[in-house]
Design a binder for this molecule. Structure first.
Ligand code: URA
Length: 438
């Protein structure tokens, strides 16, 4: 088999076989297929798509590119959560401890920032001492004892996705339904959880901009999970505006901690409560309304915050930083962006907001780029707010003053103005669910 023939077949719209996809995934993981050929292949997939059978075979090949985790000892309580990626999306930092505080066992593998979106691993690594690699024994012990562990893509679990994910990030091949579905589901299946909640983002800050595309992705992922015997629920959630007010790694840790202390903002809370409730309902086989009541209680009582502190400390992180934010990385430059005119914010292009944060050092332009954990931005105003000329819309955080001007320009270009108050947007747009084997 020759890689160039497989690239050609896909470029011409052909359907690859299981053996051909396994050959590509194995060869790329082993370093025998170079980045430039895999880039050409992913670009061909981007334009030509994949059939359901190809997506399932690619997922399977990626899942078996490394080891898998056996969570059978936790039965239906083994749980996982994944987002397709958004701006200001710190939901994992909240949903994981909430669900763990209710007895779910979260053994989660997360990714780094991708494109304009942030990644949970980068956010966690902004906490001093936090380790995102654990060996298999330590990982399982922590899930057993604390109820939660989040690791990055280690050498052993789905190494194919680790390489492909970084490659797609810098070759503009992220927003492809089969590539997202196989990336996410290979990780979820290898991680072994029985109950999985997926947050499929829709809108300007998501990889998929329309509800129809997002629903297609959700249906594909739910079907792959169910075929492998897992209970999967996908929520379609609004990503037309950044979630919450903080965007950037350490900044999002602060906003997550605030939410767990009962001081979170409404949009972030709504999405987190919904995701956590579905997970708790699946794990404990209870009605969604009962799960919701439990989740609300854990947030209000501070029980979920206590679980977060235990989890962070168990992975070597300095849990004091969740109370004393000065222990998190700090930006030497904080710059206020002022409104250029009076009016309502009618629209905020969340992708551009993500790019403005990335330009401050919060994201990567190349896969080996370092990250400034303190960088990002805090929105003071969001869609629907009235703003007077000269009022601060956002505060930019960075350690490199030369990055401010470009970021400010991008941020201002993200905002659409109107003299009239815009209609409020729905946050939860739909649900796709299927039980394993169904
Ligand atoms: N999240 C993933 O894990 N993979 C993708 O491709 C996109 C979002």
């Amino acid at each position: 088999m020759r890689v160039i023939d497989l690239i050609h077949k896909k470029r011409e719209g052909g359907e690859l076989t299981r053996e051909e996809l396994q050959f590509l995934v194995r060869g790329y993981t082993a370093g025998e297929i170079p980045d430039y050929q895999m880039s050409a292949f992913t670009m061909a997939v981007y334009f030509r798509g994949m059939t359901d059978a190809e997506t399932a075979c690619l997922t399977e090949a990626m899942m078996h590119s490394g080891g898998t985790v056996d969570l059978s000892r936790f039965g239906k309580l083994s749980a996982d959560k994944h987002s397709t990626g958004g701006v200001g999306d710190k939901t994992s930092l909240i949903v994981v401890p909430v669900a763990a505080s209710l007895g779910c066992k979260l053994a989660k593998m997360s990714g780094r920032g991708l494109g304009h979106t942030g990644g949970t691993v980068d956010k966690l690594e902004s906490i001093p001492g936090f380790r995102t690699t654990l060996d298999a024994d330590a990982f399982l012990r922590q899930v057993e004892e604390v109820g939660a562990a989040i690791v990055g893509q280690s050498g052993d679990l789905t190494p194919a996705d680790k390489k492909l994910y970084a490659l797609r990030d810098v070759t503009d091949t992220v927003d492809s339904i089969p590539l997202i579905a196989s990336s996410i589901m290979s990780k979820k299946l290898a991680s072994g959880a029985h109950s999985i909640v997926l947050d499929v983002k829709v809108g300007s800050g998501a990889f998929l901009k329309t509800e129809a595309q997002a629903r297609k992705l959700a249906e594909k992922m739910v079907a792959i999970g169910a075929a492998c015997g897992r209970n999967v629920t996908a929520l379609l959630t609004n990503m037309d505006v950044p979630l919450g007010y903080y965007v950037g790694n350490a900044l999002e840790v602060i906003e997550a901690a605030e939410m767990l202390k009962g001081r979170g903002c409404a949009d972030l809370k709504t999405v987190c409560v919904e995701l956590a409730s579905h997970l708790v309902a699946m794990c404990h086989e209870m009605p969604l309304s009962a799960a919701r009541a439990h989740v609300e209680d854990q947030l209000a009582s501070g029980a979920a915050f206590e679980t977060m502190k235990k989890w962070i400390a168990a992975q070597g992180g300095d849990a004091r930083a969740l109370d004393d934010y000065s222990l998190l990385p700090q930006a030497s430059v904080q710059h206020e962006v002022l409104a250029p005119k009076d009016g309502y914010i009618a629209h905020m292009d969340a992708q551009k907001i993500g790019e403005a944060s990335s330009l401050l050092g919060a994201g990567r332009a190349k896969k080996e780029d370092p990250i400034d954990y303190a960088a990002g931005l805090v929105l003071r105003k969001k869609t629907g707010d009235f703003v007077q000329k000269g009022e601060p819309i956002a505060v930019l955080h960075t350690n490199d003053a030369s990055l401010v001007a470009g970021s400010e320009k991008t941020l201002l270009s993200a905002i659409g103005w109107s003299p009239d108050k815009p209609q409020p947007q729905k946050l939860i747009l739909g649900t796709v669910t299927r039980e394993g084997g169904a």
